[in-house]
Design a protein around this ligand. Sequence first.
Ligand code: 5GP
Ligand code: MN
Length: 317
Amino acid sequence: MILDNITEEINKANNIVILTHETPDGDAIGSSLALYGALKATGKKADVIIPEYPQVFSFLPWYEEIKKESKEEKYDLAISLDCSDIKRLNGFAEYFENAKTKIVIDHHGSNTMFGDYNYVNPNSPATCEILISVFEYMGIEVNKGIGTCLATGIITDTGGFRHSTVKPETFEFTAELLNKGVNISSIYRRVLQIISMKQFEIRRIALNRMEFLEDGKIAFTYITKQEQEEMNLQTGDHEGIVEFGRDVEGVEVSIFLRELPEGGYKASFRSNEYVNVSDVCLMFGGGGHPKAAGCTILLPLEQAKEKLISQTKMYLK
Ligand code: 5GP
Ligand code: MN
């Protein structure tokens, strides 16, 4: 049983590094800090390394203990959370590759199984939900602090319990977290509702130029490098834009492009009913989930748009 291997490796390791995907979201940060808190509670030495992360998660316990880099040459054990592919490990693939033992815990169907032990469940709506069963198996008690981190990942990755990925267990786990004193309503408001003025302004720009193509089945918009620089946007400030397109009646696929500092575009895809956007993104070297996926495309705007849309069109009914 893989959970026996994972438990054994964690028990054996003296220094552990926790890594997650680039442009980390609530599930990435939540799962990393939940595992950090759990390892700390069992007396283990661990580092969480995340070079850039959104300020919105600063209410999470242990947030201050996140490291931007590490002086450690080699870890006994590296644990990658919520990351489907070694290329997405925040530019920190070497910490992972250099570690004596490598564990992957994730819920992406497109996971490439890049660890020695891969605990991947694509049916789980969030990596944080998978961690609940890992902690249970290992006999680690989920206290209010760990629970706050776990609830954050579950709430963000399910869009506030709205996605079709939600299972009865999702509510059962959340009910348990409520019982432990985790403030679900406050987390929900912080991570899904409140936006900064900057976020509001960038949404205004993106929505203003949103186009509806293919009889309104595709919504498309973008933001430029210049706009992001002028507004001094930080990691995560663009979150939420792609969902606006998805929520318009008749839209099946929403596409949002964000120009990258080094050139090219990061594409975010969302779908409603039947298009598997992970398949679309795989064609461009990306991936994700059936209804939420992404990829990087190194082309000028018009060409990127044309390529992504003509690929998406093939999946429309
Ligand atoms: P988002 O649009 O929120 O950045 O990403 C949506 C989902 O797609 C997330 O689960 C994310 O991990 C995945 N994803 C986004 N970009 C990429 C990519 O370039 N490669 C892979 N494999 N997955 C991605
Ligand atoms: Mn996730």
